[in-house]
Ligand binder design. Structure first.
Ligand code: 9MR
Length: 440
């Protein structure tokens, strides 16, 4: 009988720091909806910008940004999908009537690495980096990557052309190296990416007819997920299925023509997620895209697309917002990102920052803006328990994809886009990210 008052006290405490309606203690593999309280309607002005009805303010939601936020998808808040927010038992809604996850994340009191800040936060948040096979030949790269991150995305080594260069013939070596290195360093891995129009081998691009394309998708997903089954349980299932006239996410958003879309129509997304779920009932399955970071036409289109998937019961667990800021992609401030992530989270989905970098080439983003964006965008994600990971697209500036990417305006010069310089020293960008992870 001693437990009743304690329970009451605990519930009261949790509600004081933000309680949702009817969630239980979910976590990975939880069965209930996220139970997000959401808020009705949307606010587009104001200051402070705490997201999603969060009440505590302890985790520094979008510090210094303007524009209060919160768009509830349907006006009703709450979530209906079978996914749970949070991963690895770190929270998330569920069924039952117990106390729910607090609707903010509490930062660590101190941390000497990004990874430690993520691990000590409550709930924890994964801190990731894109890792390249070439980088792992460099000891300094390896030691910074492992000291600062606990989540890995292979930059190129798990794409279709790398893994299945000939039909039905698989090549695992380069991907296995990265996955094994990650596991030796206690890092989780996100498989990237099962179905994508880019970096396809020639044979896959020349497939035609619905049956042949469906069979190729099935064989690829089954073999790749099967090979990594006990080592990877987070997957980018479909990548970049939507296109706009400009790579900034503006102008006539539509489904992207590809060998997959041309043969199967939009249903190839449902199919890919269903096959992935058959392969692994507990894996986290994500849709991932660029220039959907802020509130723009492409983000609106993807929102409707994903909402349709959730409503049809397609087994999607979350959405990755790549967060390539600056040329060739979009610019997004912290308040806009917070509003955008909130509406997706209110569908009952995890949200992730999946490929973050901020390009300085062409002077489109100034040094000062870059620091503000890094801080405010990371803070926007950090403040939401539904935001389960922040991955940076590389370790040091010299290896950034942007340096040689046409459209990125770098022409071989450094994009200065990441957190470490070429001597692997921490940059000011690193300090602003750590500040955001510590609620400062
Ligand atoms: O960083 C990757 C670069 O090395 C490749 O040349 C490029 C080819 O498409 O892909 C880059 O990674 C992309 C990621 O896989 C998906 N989102 C956009 C990333 C940057 O282009």
């Amino acid at each position: 009988m001693r437990s009743a008052p304690l329970t009451l006290l605990l519930s009261a405490f949790l509600c004081a720091i933000g309680c949702s309606d009817g969630g239980g203690d979910g976590g990975e593999g939880g069965t209930g909806g996220a139970g997000a309280a959401g808020s009705t309607g949307s606010a587009t002005s104001g200051t402070g910008g705490a997201t999603g009805g969060a009440t505590s303010g302890t985790s520094g939601a979008t510090t210094g940004s303007t524009g209060g936020v919160t768009t509830s998808a349907s006006g009703t808040g709450g979530a209906t999908s079978s996914t749970s927010t949070g991963m690895d038992g770190t929270g998330g809604g569920g069924t039952g009537g117990g106390p729910s996850t607090p609707r903010t994340r509490t930062p660590a009191a101190s941390a000497s690495s990004l990874r430690e800040a993520g691990e000590k936060a409550n709930p924890p948040i994964l801190i990731g980096a894109a890792i390249s096979g070439g980088g792992l030949n460099d000891n300094r790269y390896k030691s910074v990557a492992a000291a600062e991150h606990n989540y890995v995305t292979a930059e190129n080594e798990m794409k279709w052309d790398a893994l299945e260069p000939n039909p039905g013939q698989f090549s695992w070596g380069a991907a296995d190296n990265i996955v094994n290195w990650a596991r030796q360093n206690n890092m989780k891995v996100k498989g990237h990416t099962l179905v994508w129009h880019n970096q396809l081998p020639g044979w896959a691009n020349s497939l035609s007819g619905a049956a042949a394309v469906e069979q190729a998708i099935r064989r690829h997903i089954e073999n790749v997920m099967g090979h990594f089954k006990d080592r990877i349980n987070h997957w980018d299932v479909v990548n970049e299925a939507v296109i706009t006239n400009s790579d900034t996410g503006v102008g006539n958003p539509r489904m992207r023509p590809s060998v997959f879309f041309n043969a199967l129509g939009e249903r190839y997304l449902d199919l890919a997620f269903q096959i992935a779920r058959e392969q692994d009932p507990t894996a986290k399955l994500y849709y991932n895209d660029y220039s959907i970071d802020a509130l723009n036409e492409k983000a609106d289109f993807v929102y409707e697309m994903v909402k349709g998937m959730v409503e049809r019961g397609v087994p999607i667990d979350g959405v990755g917002f790549q967060m390539h800021i600056g040329p060739p992609n979009n610019e997004a401030g912290g308040a806009d990102v917070a509003a955008n992530l909130r509406r997706f989270a209110d569908l009952g989905l995890e949200v992730l920052i999946s490929e973050m970098d901020i390009n300085r080439c062409g002077g489109v983003v100034t040094a000062e803006e870059q620091l503000t964006y890094y801080h405010d965008i990371v803070a926007a994600c950090f403040s939401m328990p539904e935001c389960t990971a922040i991955t940076f697209w590389g370790i040091n500036d010299g290896r950034s994809w942007l340096n040689s990417w046409s459209g990125a305006l770098c022409n071989g010069q450094s994009s200065q886009s990441l957190l470490f310089d070429d001597q692997y020293q921490k940059k000011a960008t690193y300090n602003r990210v750590l500040d955001a992870l510590l609620g400062r």
